[in-house]
Write a protein that binds this ligand. Structure first.
Ligand SMILES: [Zn+2]
Length: 123
C-alpha cells in the first residue's frame, strides 16, 4: 500500500492529511472513509444520505477536488458510467466528464444531484 502526503483544498479549511491508496481510491485514514466522501461532505456542509453515491466527474478516482465530485443516486451513478463507457448522450468518452456540461444536462433533465463545486456558501 502506498502512503502519500497530499494537500487537499477543503472549502472550509486548509488541512493536511495522511492518505493512502486503497483499490485505486484515495483513503482518508483519520475519517476511515474514502477521501471523495470526506471532501463531498465538507464541500456541501452536510452528511451524504445513505444510498447516494459520490461520482468522480472526470472518472479519475484520484482527482478529489470538489468541482470533480457530484452526489447522485446509485441509479444515476450507474447511468453516468454507462454513458461514459458506451457513449450514451454524447458519444464515446462523453462530454459529461466536463462538470459544467454534466450539471447543465442533469438540471435540464430534472435529475436531482448536488455538485460539490457549486458555491454553496451564499445559498
Ligand atoms: Zn462514478
Amino acid at each position: 500500500m502506498d502512503n502519500e502526503s497530499v494537500t487537499i483544498n477543503f472549502r472550509r479549511a486548509e488541512q493536511y492529511k495522511l492518505l493512502t491508496i486503497q483499490s485505486g481510491y484515495v483513503w482518508d485514514d483519520d475519517a476511515d472513509l474514502p477521501l471523495h466522501r470526506v471532501v463531498a461532505e465538507d464541500s456541501l456542509g452536510h452528511a451524504i444520505d445513505a444510498g447516494m453515491n459520490v461520482h468522480h466527474i472526470d472518472h479519475n478516482k484520484k482527482n478529489n477536488t470538489p468541482k470533480n465530485l457530484i452526489v447522485v443516486s446509485e441509479w444515476v451513478h450507474m447511468l453516468l458510467h454507462a454513458a461514459y463507457h458506451y457513449g450514451f448522450f454524447y458519444g464515446p468518452g462523453s462530454l459529461l466528464v466536463d462538470p459544467v456540461v454534466l450539471v447543465t444536462r442533469l438540471r435540464a433533465e430534472g435529475i436531482p444531484f448536488e455538485w460539490c463545486g457549486e458555491d454553496n456558501a451564499n445559498s
